[in-house]
Structure formats: C-alpha cells, structure tokens
Ligand binder design. Structure first.
Ligand SMILES: C[S@@+](CC[C@H](N)C(=O)[O-])C[C@H]1O[C@@H](n2cnc3c(N)ncnc32)[C@H](O)[C@@H]1O
Length: 302
C-alpha cells in the first residue's frame, strides 16, 4: 500500500483487504477502497475517547462504518464522511439510515482536500501515507487545537504518515497499529506578561520555538535569562517551568499552566519564593510582535 499510484486510467490494486479499481483524476495518488477491519474500527473509536458534542470526520469514508460507529457510540456525537466514489457515499448513507443514525452521520461525494475542518474535533483517515502527508497542511491550518487525528496503520505502517509530525500515541494492541495525533496550539513566537511579586511588578519575556507538539522556550525577567524546562503542549494546554533569580526578590521557581487561545495564554503560575512560601497567581500572556528578550543586558556582574 506504500507504492505511489499515478492517477491515470483505471487502477487495480489488490493488496490485503484493498480492492476495486478506481479512476482518479483529482490527485496524484489514488487510495482504493477497502474497509478497516472491525478490530481497527473499534480501536479507532476507543482511541478517539468520544465525548458529548464531538464532531467526527472520516476523510475517505468508504462504506461509512467509522462515522456510523461513532454516532452509535454516543447520541451526542455526530459526524460526516467524504469519499471520491459516489457508490460508497450511497452505501454509507443507506447504512446510516438502516442503523437509525442518518440525522447524525452524513456522507458526501467530495475530495478530502475540499472539506472544512474548522468545526471537527476528530479526524479519521485510512489513506496511503502519500495522501495523509499531503493533508497535513490542511489539518494544521484548519483544525482547532486539541482536535484528535486518528489514522489506521493497516497495511501502511506507522512511518512518515504525517511526515515529521510524530504521533502522540500508537496503539499496537490489535491487528494493526492505530495512531493518534493531537493538533497543537500555535505557540511559536514572542510572549510577554507582568506579575506582581513580593510588592514589585516583574516583566517577563518568553520566546517560544515549536515543531508541531514539541516546543522549547527561553524566558527573560529583568536582566536574567533562563531556558524553560518540562514544556508540555497538548492541544491548547501549555505548561512549563523555570528557576530564576528575580531582582529585589531572590531565587524563585515558576511553574506555569495555561490555555492558549490565539494570541493569548491564560492560566496560573505557582511561584516558590526564597523564603520557602509559594504564591499562586493568575497568569495572562500576550503574543507580541517584538520581544524584550533582545534588549541590551549590560555588564552588571552582581
Ligand atoms: C482504504 S479506504 C478507507 C475507508 C474507511 N475510512 C475505513 O477505514 O473503513 C480509503 C477511501 O478513501 C477514498 N479516497 C481516496 N482519496 C480520496 C480523496 N482525496 N478524497 C476523498 N476520498 C478519498 C477512497 O475512495 C476509499 O473509499
């Protein structure tokens, strides 16, 4: 299933459970139809940890089994699937009606590249890796932070499915690996905030650098700088810490926990003070166009 298939004429790929020739003019690589195994469907639904209000999409929905299973698993979940092949859209629509979930499981003949991912909270795929990879820019541009992306690794394995964006988790318990990615918030850039501490107001500058869900950062308070550690970015949830000497306060340890919302982070910070006491105060950071990190430092050697 790894082979790139040119989009010319009718294709016949007989590979494991994949079958049916399909003429595809819409893309370089065709992924033929084959239903995920029942075991894979069950584990994809389980890994999605569906909750009330979830909207699930299947990009290349085939017979609709994943969306139908999602809708059946929770009456407050709805979903939709798209497929290039009209007969599969028809089959899926009929099956949803048969199973009594037609109002919450809808199917359309559409190219996966043309859908709107802004409203979904779960994206399922089982396509050639060439295609899942090409869908990555769309997922990262449109899907909200926290959106779960689930890929069935049946026949395609686990390598390079979304390029260098590594899965957050791989379930290897069943007949095929099932991968999970959580769409990370965009934290790359400059952030700043103020904190009232020990009767003083301290100004903080943070530089964040990010590759998908892996983020690093560098903080400056006054003229001191430190690398932040224990950085965790999961969806819109960000946490990190650093230890730093603050002018007029002394040696401190800061532990930040917050939610990223566009150009704002809101949360709390626990500050362990030099006297052993810990203060917990609200934390509100703003993304900025430039950073105080780069201000001159001077040669004060105290
Ligand atoms: C391997 S099947 C997976 C079916 C279903 N998701 C499942 O796991 O049971 C892949 C499906 O994707 C469809 N497909 C391939 N490229 C597509 C595209 N660009 N947009 C929409 N559907 C596509 C194929 O027609 C096929 O039905």
């Amino acid at each position: 299933m790894r082979t790139a298939v040119p989009a010319v004429g009718a294709l016949l790929i007989v590979s494991g459970s994949l079958f049916l020739p399909v003429s595809v003019h819409a893309q370089e690589y065709a992924t033929p139809y084959g239903p995920s195994s029942q075991d894979a469907v069950n584990r994809m639904i389980k890994l999605a940890a569906l909750r009330d209000g979830d909207v699930v999409a299947d990009l290349g929905s085939g017979n609709g089994q994943i969306i139908i299973a999602a809708a059946r698993s929770n009456p407050k979940v709805r979903g939709w699937g798209v497929d290039l092949q009209d007969w599969l859209v028809k089959t899926a629509t009929e099956e949803a009606a048969k199973q009594g979930v037609a109002d919450r499981a809808q199917f359309t003949q559409r190219n996966a590249f043309d859908v709107d991912l802004r409203e979904v909270s779960v994206v399922n795929m089982w396509l050639f890796a060439n295609l899942t990879r090409l869908l990555r820019p769309k997922i990262l541009a449109e899907a909200r932070p926290g959106t779960r992306v689930i890929v069935n690794g049946q026949l395609i394995g686990t390598d390079n499915i979304l390029g260098n964006w590594q899965p957050d988790f791989i379930d290897r318990e069943g007949t095929s690996p099932i991968m999970l990615w959580i769409v990370p918030a965009k934290v790359e850039g400059f952030w700043s905030w103020e904190l009232p501490l020990a009767g003083t107001s301290q100004s903080y500058d943070l530089i964040m650098q990010q590759q998908f869900q892996v983020a690093e950062g560098f903080a400056r308070v006054g003229n001191r700088r430190e690398t932040i550690t224990d950085v965790k970015l999961r969806g819109d949830e960000l946490s990190f810490l650093f230890e730093l000497t603050l002018t007029g306060v002394g040696r401190t340890r800061h532990e930040f926990v917050g939610k990223v919302n566009g150009d704002q982070i809101k949360g709390t910070v626990k500050v362990a003070m030099p006297d052993g006491k810990t203060a917990e105060v609200p934390w509100s950071a703003k993304r900025t166009a430039s950073s105080g990190w780069f201000r001159p430092t001077g040669i004060d050697v105290r």
